[in-house]
Design a protein around this ligand. Structure first.
Ligand code: IMP
Length: 428
């Protein structure tokens, strides 16, 4: 198998960057196919910390990175990120980064709208405020600007007028400052100059690489429970986060035949609002957050923390057709005397094996737990499954048995070596 998709199987922040980093060693190309700079990856490489939002993690391995059409691109955010990593010694050139030429743009007016929309909702979604949702609305509304529009001066002006014809009255109605045409046009022209050299026919290049046998890695952003259709709606992101999105989001249909590795944290976390039946409140949740360092990479927000939810995981495994699981941050549970796993829900006195879609039902769902003994020793130096204490192995076996997907990898620390993994990512 020469293609692998790595996707988050919970609400994000499962440590995908770390797993992608490992898999990149065997890949020639690493592709982002969804999300935008609402995503955030922290990677520790040789003691140095890298924070990436739009750039594929594989670039840190000297691999070629591609940002596919399915990504929402804030040009300024990408330029800032490129200068940040350059300052750390990673130089990005059009040979090492391909940017889908028809990628849709996220503009400053989308950011303002994101914040305004949140303030109008009864319960805010808790978005990252990066403008991703409103930019996706413009894409569906066929008003969005694309990178290739910046290469055609007349098209750009015409498209910009169309966009502002919608946004000017909207801004007025919401009490936002009116978007300034001249300033925005100048900004777009400058972004075009800086980014058009990276524009490439990504799908075509992936097809050519695939034909000559290159290993291609697809790096999912956000996670399946934040999928706009199948996540805990409406507390979701604005686009698809399923592995099936790798094909349209990269422009290479054969990505649909890739193997899928679902990344799941040994416990759960969530940023933003929305149902989280296995959330731990009070001191226990706070302790888990501190031990796991659960603060947003992008926004610094404290993440809500709780036990692993196997019932939801079984739902996402089916939805994503997961072939294998990577369990991350197992070491964070090292000090727990007992570990609970959520196996279903009690709603109004009735037992449910899966989380129903109703908003009130989800909010009322009480977790049904199974409790397993903890191991209360350090797993951080384990490099083979046999090195793990028996209780930790039993915990992993319970996850596999309940979800019905084998565990192929386990991470036990932030450093690159703190991983129990098979030889090659493309042999999974
Ligand atoms: P948006 O994607 O900024 O519209 O935010 C929608 C929801 O997705 C919010 O609950 C965010 O906190 C969440 N979200 C978006 N990106 C990420 C991510 O990379 N990790 C975790 N949560 C995310």
């Amino acid at each position: 198998m020469s293609q692998l998709i790595v996707v988050g199987a919970q609400w994000g922040d499962e440590g995908k960057g770390r797993i992608v980093d490992w898999a990149s060693e065997d890949a020639e190309l690493v592709v982002r196919y969804n999300g935008g700079h609402n995503a955030g990856h922290t990677l520790v490489v040789d003691g140095r910390t890298w924070k990436l939002a739009l750039l594929p993690c594989g670039l840190l391995h000297g691999r070629t990175g591609a940002i596919g059409k399915g990504v929402s691109l804030d040009p300024q955010a990408l330029l800032d990120e490129i200068s940040r990593v350059s300052a750390q010694g990673l130089h990005i050139t059009p040979d090492t980064l391909w940017l889908a030429e028809d990628i849709n743009l996220v503009l400053p007016l989308h950011r303002a709208l994101d914040v305004a929309q949140e303030s109008l909702r009864g319960t805010p979604v808790g978005t990252t405020g990066r403008g991703i949702g409103p930019a996706l609305e413009d894409r569906s509304g066929r008003r969005a600007l694309r990178l290739c529009d910046l290469a055609e001066p007349d098209t750009l002006e015409e498209r910009l007028d169309g966009l502002l014809a919608w946004h000017a009255p909207l801004a007025r109605a919401l009490g936002l400052p009116a978007p300034e045409r001249a300033a925005l046009l100048a900004q777009l022209q400058a972004w075009g100059e800086a980014l058009l050299p990276f524009a490439a026919p990504v799908g075509e290049r992936l097809a050519a690489a695939h034909t000559r046998g290159a290993h291609i890695l697809y790096e999912g952003a956000q996670a399946m429970m934040l999928d706009t259709d199948h996540g805990t709606w409406p507390y979701v992101t604005g686009a698809s986060t399923l592995p099936a999105q790798a094909a349209p989001g990269s422009g290479f249909g054969a990505a649909a035949r890739a193997r899928v590795l679902g990344v799941v944290k040994a416990y759960s976390s969530r940023v933003g609002n929305g149902p989280f039946p296995s959330e731990m409140h009070g001191a226990a949740g706070d302790a888990l957050r501190e031990r796991g360092g659960e603060y947003g990479v992008n926004t610094g927000r404290p993440r809500r923390c709780g036990w692993i939810d196997l019932a939801l995981l079984r739902q996402t495994a089916r939805l994503g057709a997961l072939d294998a699981l990577a369990v991350t941050k197992l070491d964070v549970l090292d000090d727990q005397p007992e570990i609970s796993v959520c196996t279903g829900y009690r709603i109004g006195g009735r037992l449910h094996e899966s989380l129903p879609p109703g908003i009130a039902a989800q909010a009322a769902a009480e977790p049904v737990y199974e409790t397993l003994p903890g191991w209360q020793c350090d797993t951080g130096r384990s490099r083979r499954l046999e090195d793990l204490p028996m209780q930790a192995r039993k915990y992993l076996e319970r996850i596999e048995a309940f979800v019905g997907v084998p565990i192929a990898l386990v991470s036990v620390g932030a450093e690159r070596e703190a991983l129990i993994a098979p030889q090659g990512a493309f042999d999974l």
